[in-house]
Design a protein around this ligand. Structure first.
Ligand code: NAP
Length: 243
């Protein structure tokens, strides 16, 4: 059976690197995006030019009906989904918690956690041959991100707990659920937090003395999805240069 994967938020950053990595390994890939159609199309073009199989699909994965439409589209194109990468995530301008609005807090939780719940549920309900899920959490789940984005860190903590609990619910069916916890990765997300150069500012405090790349995270996601990780579930790989 062909491996069919949905990568949420696959149009740029870690999601794009993961989509390309998986396609190069033979997966048929759905590159999900929310708003940036051009970037998602570019990822798909790169994949197909290399001989891979992929298509882009617009869906806000924090909205139940759009998640159902996403799975419908992938099934119609490639058949049952076998693997899922819950990568879509947002953060907003750095600030202390006492300055945050409830609208922002709820938006972060809905985008980062509800989306993960909705996609996991759709995957498990529909996939005849569900094999593995990787959730893209963050080192922020461990650090709490004080004075930057406690809301974001809390959402990633929730994602870790969801990963653990769900892994135990589905282990007896042979479905594996794991997470990666990146930190300090060179992507455009830091600009959304108001500090495009954040990774370079923090590099000296990272034991490996540098930021990480999206490809380094993609490699770990790829491994966790693969049969090489067949005895790994409910586990977390930290990719934060030793921090
Ligand atoms: P990024 O460059 O900002 O990319 C995020 C992607 O998520 C975008 O392509 C965006 O799509 C998509 N997205 C956002 N909300 C969405 C929604 N509701 N539905 C569908 N797609 C949505 O971020 P990144 O740095 O690659 O981060 C990817 C994941 O890694 C995130 O979960 C992030 O929390 C996590 N992470 C990143 C770092 C880091 O240092 N970069 C560290 C730890 C964890 P559109 O552009 O189409 O809106």
């Amino acid at each position: 059976m062909k491996n069919v994967v949905i990568v949420t938020g696959g149009g740029r950053g870690i999601g794009a690197a993961t989509a390309k990595r998986l396609a190069a390994s033979g997966y048929a890939v759905c590159v999900n995006y929310r708003s940036d159609a051009d970037s998602a199309a570019k990822v798909v073009t790169e994949i197909t030019q290399e001989g891979g199989t992929a298509f882009p699909f617009k869906a806000d994965v924090s909205v139940e009906a759009e998640v159902e439409a996403l799975f419908d589209a992938v099934e119609a194109r490639y058949g049952s989904v076998t693997h899922l990468v819950n990568n879509a995530g947002v953060l907003f301008t750095q600030m202390p918690l006492e300055e945050m609005s409830v609208e922002r807090f709820n938006r972060v939780l809905t985008t980062n956690v509800t989306s993960c719940f909705l996609c996991c549920r759709a995957f498990l309900k529909r996939a005849q041959a569900a094999r593995a899920i990787v959730n893209v959490s963050s080192a922020a789940a461990r650090t709490g991100s004080p004075f930057e984005y406690v809301d974001y860190a809390a959402s990633k903590g929730a994602m870790d707990t969801l990963t653990k609990g769900l892994s135990l619910e589905v282990a007896a069916k042979g479905i594996r659920v794991n997470a990666v916890r990146p930190g300090f990765i060179y992507t455009d997300m830091h600009a959304d937090g108001g500090e495009p150069g954040r990774v370079d500012r923090l590099a000296a405090q990272i034991p490996l003395q540098r930021g990480g790349t999206a490809e380094e995270v993609a490699n770990a996601i790829m491994w966790l999805l693969s049969d090489d990780a067949s005895y790994v579930t409910g586990s977390f790989i930290d990719l934060a240069g030793g921090k």
